[in-house]
Design a protein around this ligand. Structure first.
Ligand SMILES: CC(C)(COP(=O)(O)OP(=O)(O)OC[C@H]1O[C@@H](n2cnc3c(N)ncnc32)[C@H](O)[C@@H]1OP(=O)(O)O)[C@@H](O)C(=O)NCCC(=O)NCCS
Length: 171
C-alpha cells in the first residue's frame, strides 16, 4: 500500500509566504459564499466548455463547505480544491484548479497536500479522483503525490469521447 503524504494536521487559515519577491503572503482557508464568483472565474477559465454552474458551486458550499479550500492573496484566489468528506473511509477529489497565471509555482501541490491532510485526519483510507489522461501536468502532480492508476482507462466516462483515468491513493 502506498502511504498518504507526510502527516499534516490541517488548521486554517494557514498563511504562506508570497510566491515571489515583494508578493503578498497567501492563505489557504475554507471557502465562504463571497468566494464563489472567484471560484466560478477559475472554473470557467480552466474548463470553458464545461465549468461547474454557479448553482452547483453554491450547493457544494453548503453540502461540502468544509471541503472546499481556496488559496487567497487577499485580492484574488490563486486556486481551489474540492473533495467529498470520507464515506466508509473513501473520499473523492472533485476538482482542483489553479489560475493560469499562478501555475507551475507549487499552488496545486499545496492545495492537494492540505486537502489530503484534512481527509486523512478525518479517517479517509483511500482517496480517488479522475483525470483526463492527456492532462500531463495533473497526472504528474497526482503521481508525485502518491496516486496510482486504478483500473483501465474509462472510455466515455464523462460522455462520448471524454475518457478519464481513475487514480487512487491508499494508506
Ligand atoms: C493541474 C494543476 C492544478 C496543477 O497546478 P500547479 O499549481 O500548476 O502545479 P504545481 O506547480 O503544484 O506542480 C505540481 C506538479 O505538477 C507537475 N507539473 C507542473 N507543471 C508542469 C508542466 N508544465 N508539465 C508537466 N508537469 C508539470 C510537476 O511535476 C509538479 O510536481 P513536483 O511538485 O513534484 O515537481 C493546474 O495546471 C490546473 O489548474 N490545470 C487546469 C485545471 C486542471 O486540469 N485540473 C486538474 C483536473 S483533474
Amino acid at each position: 500500500m502506498i502511504p498518504l503524504p507526510e502527516e499534516h494536521v490541517p488548521s486554517w487559515p494557514r498563511t504562506l509566504a508570497g510566491d515571489g519577491p515583494g508578493k503578498a503572503s497567501r492563505q489557504i482557508r475554507k471557502a465562504v459564499e463571497a468566494d464563489l464568483p472567484e471560484v466560478l472565474r477559475l472554473d470557467r477559465e480552466a474548463f470553458p466548455d464545461g465549468p461547474y454552474p454557479y448553482f452547483v458551486l453554491r450547493q457544494f458550499l453548503d453540502a461540502l463547505g468544509d471541503h472546499l479550500l481556496v488559496m487567497d492573496d487577499g485580492d484574488r484566489l490563486h486556486g481551489y480544491v474540492l473533495a467529498t468528506p470520507p464515506h466508509h473511509a473513501s473520499s473523492w477529489i472533485l476538482s482542483l484548479i489553479v489560475g493560469h497565471e499562478r501555475r507551475g509555482n507549487g499552488v496545486g501541490r499545496e492545495l492537494m497536500t492540505e486537502m489530503l491532510g484534512l481527509l486523512r485526519a478525518e479517517g479517509a483510507a483511500e482517496i480517488m479522483l479522475t483525470v483526463d489522461p492527456a492532462n500531463e501536468t495533473a497526472v504528474m502532480l497526482y503521481h508525485h503525490l502518491g496516486f496510482s492508476p486504478w483500473g483501465p482507462l474509462q472510455e466515455d466516462y464523462l460522455g462520448p469521447g471524454e475518457a478519464r483515468l481513475r487514480m487512487r491513493l491508499a494508506s
